[in-house]
Structures are given as C-alpha cells and as structure tokens.
Design a protein around this ligand. Structure first.
Ligand code: ADP
Ligand code: MG
Length: 162
C-alpha cells in the first residue's frame, strides 16, 4: 500500500487536544482529514483542538456540526468542519459544497464513511478508538502528509523535554 501509519495513545481529553495542535501545525492548504470512530470516540474534541490551534484562539467556539452538517472558519487556513452522521444521501453533499472540500483550505470530516467515494484522493484518515479510559489514534494516508505530521509530533516531544 502507498502510504504510512502513525499511532499514538491519548490518555485523556488534553492529549486529544494536543494531537489536534500537532496536526494543525503540519496542515497545508488542500489537506482533507477524515476522522473515523464511534460516537464518543473523541472526533469533535480532536477537531476542536485542531481548529482552535489554526485560529490561534484557545477560546474559539467550535460547536459540533451535528445538525448544520458543516461549519466554516476563517483561520490561518480556511476550514470546513463536517459532521456527516445525519446526512440522508450522498446527493446532499452537493448542497454542502462537499466537492470543494480541501480545494481551498482544509476539510475536517466526522463520519467520512457517509461520503463514500466522494472523499478526495489523498485524504488523511485518523481513526479514534477507546483504549482503557483513554483513546488510541491511528493516522494513515499519503506518506508525504504523514511525515509532515510526524515532524510536528517530534517538535513537541523536543519542547516537552526542554
Ligand atoms: P465524538 O465527536 O467522536 O462523538 P467527542 O469529541 O464528542 O466524540 O468526545 C466524546 C467524549 O470523549 C467527550 O466527553 C470527550 O471529552 C472525551 N474524550 C476525548 N478524548 C479523550 C481521551 N483521549 N480520553 C478520554 N476521554 C476523551
Ligand atoms: Mg462529534
């Protein structure tokens, strides 16, 4: 398979937010992030940490787009945060401007399974699952994108030690 994998344990909420910050630092225009995991896996927590970091505003309101299906933000990059759980059919994706996802800015997509084949090539997948009281995250996708994110992890580990 063309691509690579990164894994990390997230002991608590704070760790999920930090993962979001690390990913945010590595993101570029055109990146699409698909957040997979059951209800309560931590997808919105991760998206919130990520969007707040991109906005450089730790208090920015980042509601779950459960009912609106999409919420947009003007940050360092234009962000579209999707939650497709309540999507009734893929036809509805057009109305949401989903096909523009990641063409100008970045897209963060909860319940990406609902988009089926509409997910763009090069999507970075982040799967969250329960691990004890915490969570485990597995990132997979194009090697270039994953190594950008890995460098961002390494930069924080270095800062943590100093
Ligand atoms: P989802 O969007 O996947 O349904 P949420 O982000 O709403 O999930 O999170 C569900 C719950 O899990 C929240 O109470 C959140 O604080 C908690 N949570 C997030 N990350 C972790 C973690 N690493 N360890 C323990 N609880 C977490
Ligand atoms: Mg959610």
């Amino acid at each position: 398979m063309d691509g690579s994998v990164l894994e990390c344990s997230l002991a608590n909420d704070r760790a999920t937010v930090l993962l979001g910050q690390d990913i945010a630092a590595a993101l570029r225009n055109g990146d699409v992030l698909a957040l997979r995991g059951d209800l309560g896996a931590g997808k919105t927590t991760l998206a919130r940490g990520l969007i707040r970091a991109l906005a450089a505003d730790p208090d920015l309101e980042v509601p779950s787009p459960t009912y609106t299906l999409v919420q947009s933000y003007e940050t360092r990059l234009a962000v579209q945060h999707f939650d497709l759980y309540r999507l009734s059919s893929v036809d509805e994706l057009d109305e949401l401007g989903f096909d523009e996802a990641g063409k100008n800015g970045v897209a963060i997509i909860e319940w990406p399974e609902k988009a089926g084949s509409h997910l763009p090539a090069g999507t970075i997948f982040i799967t969250l699952e329960h691990e004890g009281d915490g969570r485990r995250a597995v990132l997979s996708g194009p090697e270039a994108a994953l190594s950008r994110i890995a460098r961002s992890f390494a930069a924080r580990d270095f800062l943590d030690r100093t």
